[in-house]
Design a protein around this ligand. Structure first.
Ligand code: SF4
Length: 344
């Protein structure tokens, strides 16, 4: 299932280089995204998920810089191109952003111009990619709105984004992202601002569009419930680094990293009493500028080993292809045995 690799991110490091010092927002992240599959990237706010997406699209704001790593995009002819070597505003990256990779944000108001109609913005996106006259592009725009479940597509083309409800606006934004027929859709918290019912509808829509188009999706969210419903593969990030990676089954049925397990404990169970209090993770994510020594999760980790976790950075343990855990509790046989003993 992992052979049809579309995007390979290797040891990506995106730092913000300011006079006050260096903020390591993304610090050595690696993962693959394959055609027809959904990669979920999960972690609390401030863990570097969005900066990872912005880095792939090469739209990180100053003073952010990709200081190391590769972002290999496989072209249609099968050859890889390292996006890190491309000029952020050059022709190639513009064609990637307007063609190969579509982007859906949490808040579509910031993506649509308030002074142009939805129709104008959609037809412009279509004509950047396809040689169509205005009437043909408008017809195609109406088809796209129909495809994303907008009930009155012709009327919506003449509306402005601020005239639509949150759910319709998010559907219109998905239509906009799909206009150039991308092979990868990056969705950054696409349903966070929506009510639960609309959230479920938008996720269903994304999944059915993926099936129709064999499109890869990279879904960024803080919500493990969203991951459970949509993802095939999962990367758990903490403070700019991946801490665990695996299939969605690995993460939900066999989570290993203490951070992943803490995130899972904070999801409400279906059979929980209505006012039952969920265990929250102790403390909050520190600013990457103040990264703790050793394992950066150690100040919040209930299993931290004094004298080890606060001093030494853990190695990555890879028990199987596509499975990674970055924690001192794993990888070293003796350590793992002694920890198993402590847990039982
Ligand atoms: Fe906790 Fe130590 Fe593992 Fe970090 S390395 S997650 S502090 S047990």
């Amino acid at each position: 299932m992992r052979t049809d690799r579309l995007l390979s991110v290797r040891n990506l490091k995106t730092y913000f280089l300011a006079d006050e010092g260096v903020t390591k927002a993304v610090d050595g992240v690696s993962f693959d995204v394959s055609a027809g599959r959904t990669l979920g990237i999960v972690g609390e706010s401030g863990c570097g998920k969005s900066v990872t997406a912005l880095s792939i699209l090469r739209i990180v704001d100053d003073p952010g810089r990709i200081v190391d790593g590769e972002i290999l995009l496989t072209k249609n002819d099968g050859t890889p191109v390292d996006l890190v070597t491309q000029r952020p505003n050059g022709k190639f990256m513009r064609s990637v952003r307007g063609g190969e990779i579509g982007l859906v944000f949490q808040e579509p108001m910031t993506s649509f111009s308030p002074v142009h109609t939805i129709g104008n913005q959609l037809t412009e996106a279509i004509r950047l990619h396809e040689r169509l006259n205005k009437a043909e592009a408008r017809e195609r725009a109406a088809d796209l709105l129909t495809m994303v479940g907008i009930p009155r597509p012709a009327a919506t083309l003449d509306q402005y984004s601020w005239e639509l409800s949150g759910g319709l606006r998010q559907r219109a934004m998905i239509a906009h992202a799909l206009a150039p027929d991308p092979r990868l859709l990056i969705a950054d918290e696409p349903t966070t601002a929506l009510d639960v019912t609309t959230q479920a509808q938008i996720l269903d829509l994304m999944m059915s569009l993926q099936e129709e188009r064999s499109m890869a999706i990279m879904l960024i969210t803080h919500d493990l419930g969203v991951i459970a419903e949509t993802a095939d593969d999962v990367v758990v990030m903490y403070l700019g680094r991946e801490v665990e990676q695996g299939s969605v089954e690995n993460i939900f049925y066999d989570p290993q990293h203490p951070y992943t397990r803490a995130l899972l404990r904070s999801i409400p169970a279906l059979d929980a009493a209505p006012k039952a209090k969920l265990p929250a993770i102790t403390g909050s994510v520190p600013h990457p500028f103040d990264r703790p020594s050793g394992c950066s999760f150690h100040p919040r980790c209930s299993e931290a080993i004094e004298g080890l976790c606060d001093i030494e950075e853990p190695e990555t343990w890879r028990p199987a292809e596509g499975r990674e855990v970055v924690c001192h509790l794993f990888g070293d046989r003796e350590m793992a045995v002694s920890i198993e003993g402590r847990r039982s």
